[in-house]
Design a protein around this ligand. Sequence first.
Ligand SMILES: Nc1nc2c(ncn2[C@@H]2O[C@H](COP(=O)(O)OP(=O)(O)OP(=O)(O)O)[C@@H](O)[C@H]2O)c(=O)[nH]1
Ligand SMILES: [Zn+2]
Length: 298
Amino acid sequence: MPKGQIRKALSGFYYVLDENGERYIQCRGRGVFRNRQISPLVGDFVDYEADNDLEGTITVVHERKNELVRPPISNIDQAILVFSAKQPDFHPLLLDRFLTAIEQHGIKPVICLTKMDLLKESEKGKLEHFIADYEKIGYEVIPTFKGDPSLQERLMPVLEGKISVLAGQSGVGKSTMLNTILPALELKTDDISKALNRGKHTTRHVELIEVNNGLLADTPGFSSFDFDTIEKEELSGCFPEMAERSNSCKFRECLHLNEPKCAIKAAVEANEIPEYRYKHYLKFLEEIMSRKPRYTND
Ligand SMILES: Nc1nc2c(ncn2[C@@H]2O[C@H](COP(=O)(O)OP(=O)(O)OP(=O)(O)O)[C@@H](O)[C@H]2O)c(=O)[nH]1
Ligand SMILES: [Zn+2]
């Protein structure tokens, strides 16, 4: 059975790039998927039956590493989180919300800080502190601005060989960022359009664009969060600086609230964990604990 990866979904068809990366097969999903409520997703590795060189039917969807609802994509390696330094002002609470949700999905976050040119001299120090904090946690932070001549050489290696999704509030500069590195992107977008024998798309759809041997979703994701699916015991696992210390807490189930001999609270007091990160953790924990129970039928 030939294998491939779904690169695009449009009007009930899935465009599967064959294993050799040579051509796109326009596929329908087999009826059985609908019965089992599995719907193929862009990003899925699949088996398909070829009717001819160009058309076929997806028969097997292979196990997913992860999946997102917005945009509907599976097997995502990383999320490029775009936040602006100004207009809107840098917002660590919102960043931590995004980071938590992304970590929960097992996706690696990369932080891009746009509009660095709008910062006054007097405002730069504060932002540099935040950058240092997030880098210390282990996140890659890419400060940038419109037309940044060095963005391409910093961002392209990040995208190399990965499936990436762009995320961030409206107006933070996501399109501007992509435009800045457009010479590298545009070529590949055209390649895909040609391969699919279509002009520029007008319908809403999801597509993975080839970038530097990797794939970038053309639709941004993670527009809002409510911690709907995260459990309180899982939360500190989404804060890497807490996850790496929580084995040292006296209690295995420590929620790092008021428990004695808590390694996390000790690290906050010792300024090893920034206080605002811990406060955000507490805020999210409270949101999770005051969430109404969810009732499901299954
Ligand atoms: N000064 C300055 N302005 C910027 C920068 N990046 C983006 N802008 C401006 O910010 C506005 C929003 O930028 P966009 O790139 O459209 O933002 P977006 O994140 O794609 O927004 P949505 O499409 O709504 O999601 C535009 O007016 C840009 O010109 C920057 O680095 N510096
Ligand atoms: Zn603890």
